[in-house]
Design a protein around this ligand. Sequence first.
Ligand code: NAD
Length: 266
Amino acid sequence: MSRLDGKIALVTGGASGMGVTHVRLLAAEGAKVMIADIDREGGEKLAAEFGAEVAFTHLDVTSEESWKAAVAATREQFGTVTVLVNNAGISGGAGVTADMDLNTYYRTIDVDQHGTMLGMRATIPAMVEAGGGSIVNISSLAGMTAAVGFPNIAYVAAKFAVRGMTKAAAMEYAAQNVRVNSVHPGTVTTPLTEDMLTQYGEEFRRSYTDKIPMKRLATPEEISHAVVFLASDESGYMTGTEIVIDGGQLAEQLARPALPTAKRPS
Ligand code: NAD
């Protein structure tokens, strides 16, 4: 018996980056998986690698109508969605508050925050009816702490909101066995990150990586393993909480600045 036998998962943003590894690992553990993305080409290509256990449906997470259609398509293909991975997201690029393009600000909040809310709204009633479910909201280290310019203020706002909405929804539906948790990755090697890091050159990439206590970025799989755990009954008593996967960054940011003599062993 596999860890996710009988589970039906919908993964938003499943066509790229860590969405792809969520899909692969969820399917490998026995879940039926619907890839839901605005990127039809990428989603269909990924689904074609699998048999009948993985399918693709078009979804724009910012549209309630689109959510209704994607959930209906999943029900038709597999049955009731019992695992929702709210993973789709955009970064909105780099820049400080006064310089930020307002359309980018609103779009980032719309995809990253409202998309997550609409996903929970579209799937929770059927999960309640089915006797329970698990929602995994992909927030970020930017949902715990901020930095100057990148991530930008819209991304930080949206990812803090995802963390808060996770706790609100978890409290609302705990008694109905719908669990809601958030995952907070540090920097992961995906197209979203590559776009940002390559923009500033190799030297910036080196100094960025050097500031991470573990001296490397996360692999997408290292995030997907937490998603699988939260999707599974192994996490059956966890709700309203968060998993931080950041190579030690949050622990360091909470600490006092290191004294000049307190050097990390190299
Ligand atoms: P990515 O850019 O590789 O993939 C994002 C996917 O979301 C794409 O397939 C894209 O088509 C899809 N998408 C975008 N807008 C959409 C919409 N309106 N409706 C449906 N799908 C849409 O990104 P990634 O790096 O894999 O990030 C995945 C999630 O993890 C995001 O929520 C991101 O904020 C979060 N995250 C990423 C990192 C990182 O370092 N990469 C760190 C922390 C958190």
